[in-house]
Write a protein that binds this ligand. Structure first.
Ligand code: SF4
Length: 162
């Protein structure tokens, strides 16, 4: 599913390339996201060495894996991080909502957004929810509920050198 998200995002990045200013050094969308246990364990599996390269947060909202404006777990970063910068379509409290980075889409008519040129966040979130639900059932002692999210800082603290 992560590969599918990457491929979907790559198509949208190509489509919106003239508007996108995302690049190394811009970290405005990085924050201490909450992730499902299935992502938590998959990041540990893929990036356990890099997790020690994080740093203490300067504020509660900071992601500890953002060091000198770079993500030290970039290849293993959570799905939510992979979609940032793109126009995101999702169901909000009052119906469908669209979120687009104002650094990228300041010259864009929001009326031009439609199903084909936005990222369907809920479609992937639903799938991730179901994958996670199946995954947590396999964990000894069943320590998580299906809606539990783990903050990224907890991942860093687990690997903090003492
Ligand atoms: S994991 Fe990486 S991309 Fe995601 S918020 Fe942290 S620093 Fe940013």
């Amino acid at each position: 599913m992560r590969d599918e998200v990457d491929a979907h995002c790559a198509r949208l990045y190509a489509l919106h390339s003239s508007h996108l200013n995302c690049g190394e050094g811009c970290d405005k969308c990085c924050m201490d996201f909450g992730i499902f246990p299935v992502e938590y364990y998959s990041i540990i599996e893929q990036a356990s060495k890099d997790l020690t390269k994080g740093q203490q947060q300067t504020s509660e909202m900071d992601c500890p894996f953002l060091v000198d404006h770079r993500c030290v777990i970039y290849a293993a970063r959570p799905i939510i991080c992979r979609t940032q910068g793109l126009p995101l379509l999702f169901m909000g409290e009052e119906g469908w909502e669209l979120s687009a980075c104002e650094l990228n889409f300041n010259q864009f008519d929001f009326g031009e957004f439609h199903q084909e040129n936005t990222f369907p966040q809920d479609r992937y979130n639903s799938r991730l929810y179901l994958i996670n639900k199946e995954f947590i059932e396999t964990l000894a002692g069943k320590p998580y509920q299906p809606t539990d999210l783990i903050p990224l800082r907890q991942l860093f603290q687990k690997y903090l050198k003492h």
